[in-house]
Ligand binder design. Structure first.
Ligand code: SAM
Length: 348
């Protein structure tokens, strides 16, 4: 009997220990929080090799290549567009950049301007933290212009009066590791690799960001990846929080039309999201109204937004919205989007 109790007890301890270890393994520090290791240089090397071998087939005169010898790869920065692998391109730093259209670069610039205004206005009174859940690799490749420009994390860090801390998270290892190489030297920045809606990332953020800081949560989701319960986690945890969110109005409409009701339901916290798009004339507007009502019900009733349209057309893509409990935040956002930026005029 006593032996059975000891065995049972050892079993329990083992389980607790295993659970603790798996948590440590999945902690987002080191090369990757995931259980398998990720080697960015190897990945970049494989992408370049693939590109080179397809170019080699086209240009038979091509000789022996030395990997990571930039001169040998000068041809890669030649004719555009660059070759994309899952929406990413290899840049001159041998890191990944995200291939985007102009409006995405404009969005990153809006985020910077908002951060800049908050930093200058509030930095002397508050401890400021920037949390970015869908951070990307830190650099964008604009397809229309063939230019590399800073992604939102670098934009948010390059402001006049930087925040006291920055936490970035991305699910993709190439993105998280490229970003870590770009900002990891800065002691204010932490980069996590994992699902923005997952307990691991949320726990790590909660451990890093003080509760009473003034926090800006930037959620530039891809698809419908930001669950409302994740937004609620931040609302409940941080009393001084501004939400700067990409609200994909047309994405929601498209997703529901394609049968992804479950995904839309989690993002909107709506049991029957299909009902929102029943009126064919105002689908995007009713998605927007629902989301604003959800935020207002949480006390986030100071809401401002800009609608980003497809370039040169009147087709709505998504809203960049600011929601806060404090009226000043809405005022700051107004100033941020009112400032014109010649670089992205064409995108608006
Ligand atoms: C629109 S991009 C962000 C671009 C970034 N804001 C910028 O300006 O550079 C969205 C990012 O979300 C990441 N992502 C997609 N699903 C995710 C998830 N569930 N959790 C965390 N990141 C995710 C993708 O890997 C991608 O890098």
């Amino acid at each position: 009997m006593r032996l059975a109790a000891v065995v049972w007890c050892l079993g329990c301890c083992g389980q607790v220990w295993r659970r603790a270890c798996s948590h440590v393994r999945t902690r987002p520090y080191g090369p990757s929080p995931l259980s398998r290791l990720y080697y960015l240089d190897e990945h970049v090397r494989r992408v370049i090799e693939r590109q080179c071998s397809s170019q080699r087939r086209r240009h038979e005169k091509w000789g022996q290549l030395g990997l990571f010898d930039r001169d040998q790869y000068r041809h890669l920065s030649g004719p555009r567009p660059r070759r994309e692998t899952a929406g990413l391109v290899v840049d001159e730093d041998m890191l990944f950049s995200r291939a985007v259209h102009l409006h995405s670069a404009a969005k990153a610039a809006y985020a910077r301007r908002y951060a800049d205004i908050v930093g200058v206005a509030m930095g002397s009174k508050w401890q400021l933290w920037w949390i970015e859940l869908f951070a990307g690799p830190g650099q964008l490749y604009v397809r229309e212009t063939g230019e590399f420009v800073p992604g939102s994390p670098l934009e948010a860090m390059s402001i006049r009066r930087p925040f006291d801390g920055y936490v970035f998270a991305d699910l993709s290892e190439p993105c998280a590791e490229s970003l870590r190489r770009r900002v990891g030297h800065d002691p204010r920045a932490s980069v996590l690799c994992g699902d923005a809606n997952g307990a691991c990332v949320l726990d790590a953020i909660a451990a890093l960001v003080p509760r009473h800081a003034l926090v800006v949560l930037y959620g530039d989701q891809e698809g419908l990846d930001l669950r409302f319960e994740t937004v609620k986690f931040f609302i409940d945890r941080y009393p001084h929080l501004d939400l700067l969110l990409n609200l994909p109005t047309s994405g929601v409409v498209r997703a529901i039309a394609a049968g992804y009701d479950v995904k839309a339901s989690a993002m909107l916290d709506h049991d029957r999201p299909r009902e929102l798009i029943a009126d064919s004339d105002a689908k995007g507007a009713s998605v927007r109204e629902w989301y604003h009502r959800k935020l207002a019900a949480e006390g986030f009733d100071k809401i401002e937004g800009v609608t980003i349209n497809l370039r040169g057309r009147q087709r709505e893509l998504y809203d960049l919205l600011l929601a806060s409990r404090h009226p000043l935040a809405a005022k700051f956002f107004h100033s941020a989007v009112d400032l014109r930026d010649a670089r992205w005029e064409a995108a608006g």
